[in-house]
Structure formats: C-alpha cells, structure tokens
Ligand binder design. Structure first.
Ligand SMILES: NC(=O)C1=CN([C@@H]2O[C@H](COP(=O)(O)OP(=O)(O)OC[C@H]3O[C@@H](n4cnc5c(N)ncnc54)[C@H](OP(=O)(O)O)[C@@H]3O)[C@@H](O)[C@H]2O)[C@@H](O)CC1
Ligand SMILES: Nc1ncnc2c1ncn2[C@@H]1O[C@H](COP(=O)(O)OP(=O)(O)O)[C@@H](O)[C@H]1O
Ligand SMILES: [K+]
Length: 460
C-alpha cells in the first residue's frame, strides 16, 4: 500500500490535466480506465474475501471504472452484480459497459450484497445526487458488510471537500492516481474511511502535498545551546499555556528556552526572565513566540506591539492572533519571517470566511500577509505566500483538547529557532505534533503531548 506521507494532492482539474498528458503521450482514456478498473478490482478482491459484490455504476468515467472492475472480479470467480443509475454517457464508459457481459439492473432494483462498491460519481460530481438515488445508496451501504468508494464517495465535492446531502461513511476509498483534497479535508475526508492510493500510471505533480516526515539535524560536536536554537516566549495572563509551549519547544529540540514575564513554574531547564527590552534585544533569539496564554488586555497588546517591533522571526498564536486584527499592516513591513497558527475561529476573525476550500483560504491568507499560515484543525493546512501548501496526513482526533495548540506553537518555534526556513519549520512542527499524538493513542492531555515530543524528536 502506498504510504500517504509526502504524496501530491491534485484538484479535479489538475487530475484531468495529468490524465490528458498521459493520453497525449500515447495513452487513451480507455487504457487508463482499464488500468484503473483492474487496480480497483484487485483492491476490492482483497477486501471482499470472496464475499458477493454489488457494483453501482454512474453515467461517467467513474461508472466506467466500475464496469471494468466488475469484469475483472467476475473473471477471478467472484459473485458480482452490477446496477446502474443511468446509461453510460462517455465513449469510454460505453466501451466499459459493453465489456461487462452480465446483467445490469437499475440501482432502485438492486439487492444488497456483503460488499458494496460505489462507482456512481467521482471527480465529475456537479450537484447533489437525486434524492431517490441517494436513498438507495444509503440503504445498500447500510446493508453491506464493507463499503468501498471508487475514487471518491459519491456525494462529496473533490476540491472543497463538502458533502452534498447525506453521504454514507465508507470503510475504504480507493483514490485513483492521486489524492484529491476531499480525501484529506473535512468534512469529506471522514466519509472516505481509510483512503488507499491506486497507481494508474499517470504522472502527477502538485505544489500541494501531504506532510511527510521531516529530516532534522542531530546535534553534533559543534552544537551548543544557542546554535541548537533559542526560543523566547512572551508570557501573559495564563501561565499554563506558555509553559506548555515552552516544554514543547524544549522537547522538540530547542537548545535554550526562555519565558518572559511569566509566573514561574515549568521544567527546571526553562529560563524565567522579566519582560523588558533587554530580554528582547538579544540577537541570539532564533524565534520569538507570542500568544499562548497572553491575554487580550492593554498589557497584552503592549507586549505584542513590542514583539512585532523586533527584528526576530515570529510565531503568533492564540491571543496574539486576536490582537493582530487591528495590526495587520505591521506584517507587511516586517523583514523577518512570521508564522501564524490560527484555528478555524481565529482564522475567520482575521481573514473572514473567504472563498473555496480550506487550502484556498490558507493560501489566500498567506499571500495577503506574506506570512506562513498554519490553518489548524483535524485537517491542518500549512500555506506559504508563494502558493506552496501542505496538509497533515495521519492525525489523531484526540488532539481536540485544550492546550494542544500551545504545544504546536512551541514545536514550530523550536523548528524555526533551529534554523529551518519558516515553511519547512511549520510543516515539520505539524508532523512532530501529529506524530506525538499518534504515539499517545487516546485520552491524553496536552501535558502528555508535550512530554511525548521527546520520543517523536528522537525518532528523526
Ligand atoms: N479522465 C480519465 O482519463 C480517467 C478518469 N477516471 C475516472 O473518471 C472519474 C471522472 O469521470 P467523469 O469526469 O466522467 O465524472 P464522473 O464522476 O463519472 O461523473 C460525471 C457524470 O455524472 C453526471 N453527474 C454529475 N453529477 C451528477 C448528479 N448529481 N446526478 C446525476 N448525474 C450527475 C455528469 O453528467 P451531467 O452533469 O453532464 O449531467 C456526468 O455524466 C474519476 O473520478 C475516475 O473515477 C479513471 O477511469 C481514469 C481515467
Ligand atoms: N479532531 C482533531 N483531529 C486532529 N487534530 C485536531 C483535532 N482538533 C484539533 N486538533 C489539533 O489540536 C490543536 C488544537 O489547537 P487550538 O485549537 O489552538 O487549541 P488550544 O488553544 O486549546 O491549544 C491544533 O493543532 C489542531 O490542529
Ligand atoms: K464513487
């Protein structure tokens, strides 16, 4: 099975263009469909363990893949039935239909089977399913032991990952040729179940990828605490949040972490200092983090203004993002990199609802501010002003607990202080954070996550 990490992610149009290139280079839609259908059949056969299969075929090429898969499955002796929602509407789908020698019933008359294969609609879905068809799909999916979507669950939109109506939650989705945003972004991603990538021989490229394991420098004989990366955190009203960020920064590999204007506490290795100009006028600071537990009062605003006025590389999180709303113009005048780490509420407050997918919105925000934007959530997206973007792959819903965002801000600050370019620092931070969560499994708290970073960092 192809690992998800590092894989390119293509929109429907990009996928069509990639397929067209393969066709222009001497292939054909029919040949691509034959390959796609064969790969689908292989995957379904493994998942079916010889149980009866019902394939639902739509009018487009997704349906074409379904007919081809049915032919291969019957060819290896499986009990396969085919039902169609409409007659094939493309030449390739018609040819695929002609290659299926068994009967084809209307979907409305289809009897349930243990294995349901949904080849109704893929990247060509344009509107919600007809209610009667959506109802049949739900009923047949409910009665199947295993549900498998070809390319995408019918009813999700490829690029902006919406669900049009009540789409079943599939057990497995077989992504053809490349991952699409709907495989990774919510809410569509949760309807995919486990997504597997099938190679259909199409060369795919994109400036959007799934985040992969970073490669980080290991300390050597020349290392000392300052060149490992010095993170300075501006404290505020809620000490716990800055302490979580501080511990995370230390365990993610920073050589020296100082907390300014906090109220004490935390690991003994954490250096406490008062918040004054001397502490900020330190050239050794590799990254300045402000926001976790900062508060939103006048004192907090003054600390933020002071931080923004420095020449340090900045990570802005939490309350700093709230206060940033009235200070957006400052970002344009800063020469040193800035990383913003908003969750959905903070993002909307700063940039509005915007247009398009979470990826489009993150990219637009990065372009607008010149900052690296880490748009957090179950489907965290990292975007750079130049259009590069990354999406988190394997993550853990147990991260949805207070303080985990503070931990992320600390990790990203450590990456930035260690000398990584800001886009790479942000993506490496998101990877380490998700990896620590995977290691913890379930029911952990943000303190556990910060502690687990030692193992995640050591694994690199
Ligand atoms: N291109 C290639 O080389 C390869 C592509 N491959 C496969 O093709 C898939 C993309 O195929 P596709 O573009 O034909 O779109 P698809 O998802 O089958 O649906 C479009 C059809 O559905 C219709 N329709 C749309 N919404 C509807 C609705 N709500 N309710 C009812 N009808 C609706 C629409 O008709 P219209 O909107 O014009 O009425 C049109 O007829 C892709 O996901 C992958 O599986 C592979 O075989 C590899 C090679
Ligand atoms: N369901 C989820 N699955 C995976 N990660 C999640 C989920 N919900 C939240 N997260 C992650 O947890 C962190 C929460 O951050 P944030 O909302 O800022 O919380 P806090 O301010 O309490 O620290 C983010 O890194 C986010 O990406
Ligand atoms: K489908």
């Amino acid at each position: 099975m192809t690992p998800i990490a590092g894989q390119p992610v293509l929109t429907a149009n990009e996928m069509r263009a990639a397929e067209q290139q393969a066709i222009d280079a001497g292939g054909s839609v029919e040949a691509l469909m034959e390959r796609a259908g064969r790969e689908v059949a292989r995957a379904v056969a493994r998942l079916a363990s010889r149980a009866p299969v019902l394939v639902l075929c739509g009018p487009g090429n997704n349906g074409g893949d379904g007919y081809v898969a049915a032919r291969f499955l019957a060819g290896i002796g499986l009990d396969v039935r085919v039902a169609a929602s409409a007659a094939p509407a493309t030449a390739a789908a018609r040819a695929a239909r002609a290659g299926w020698s068994g009967p084809v019933t209307p979907v409305a008359d289809a009897q349930p089977a243990a294995i349901l294969v949904d080849a109704l609609f893929g990247t060509g879905l344009k509107r919600p399913l007809d209610p009667a068809l959506a109802d049949c799909l739900r009923t047949l999916a409910g009665k199947a032991r295993r549900t498998i979507a070809v390319d995408l669950p019918s009813g999700v939109t490829t690029d902006d990952a919406r669900t049009l109506g009540d789409v079943p939650i599939f057990d497995v989705t077989l992504a053809l040729g490349a991952f699409k945003p709907a495989h990774l972004l919510q809410p569509a991603a949760r309807h995919c179940g486990e997504t597997r990538l099938l190679d259909i021989g199409v060369d795919v490229r994109s400036d959007l990828h799934v985040i992969e394991k970073p490669s980080l420098r290991t300390p050597d004989a020349d290392s000392h605490k300052y060149n490992r990366g010095m993170v300075t955190i501006v404290g505020g009203a809620m000490t716990g949040a800055s302490l979580l960020a501080a511990e995370a920064a230390m365990r993610a590999g920073a050589g020296y972490v100082a907390l300014l204007g906090g109220q004490g506490g935390g690991p003994h290795a954490l250096v406490h200092k008062s918040f004054d100009d001397d502490a900020l006028d330190d050239d050794r600071i590799g990254a300045l983090l402000i926001g976790p537990g900062l508060g939103r009062d006048d004192g907090a605003a003054r600390r933020l203004d002071r931080a923004l006025a420095t020449a340090h590389r900045l990570v802005l999180d939490g309350d700093a993002l709230h206060l940033l709303k009235d200070r957006m113009a400052v970002l344009e005048s800063r020469a040193a990199p800035v990383i913003l780490t908003p969750h959905a509420g903070e993002f909307a407050a700063l940039f509005g609802e915007g247009e398009g997918s979470k990826i489009d919105r993150a990219r637009a925000a990065a372009r607008e501010t010149g900052a690296i934007v880490v748009f957090k959530g179950a489907d965290t997206v990292v975007a750079a002003p130049d259009g590069r973007a990354r999406i988190v792959g394997d993550t853990n819903d147990w991260l949805s607990t207070a303080g985990t965002g503070d931990v992320l801000a600390g990790v990203i600050s450590a990456m930035l202080a260690g000398g990584m370019p800001p886009f790479e620092a942000a993506t490496a931070g998101v990877w380490l954070h998700a990896d620590a969560a995977r290691r913890l499994g379930a029911a952990f708290i943000a303190d556990d996550l910060a502690a687990m970073l030692t193992e995640s960092r050591a694994s690199l």
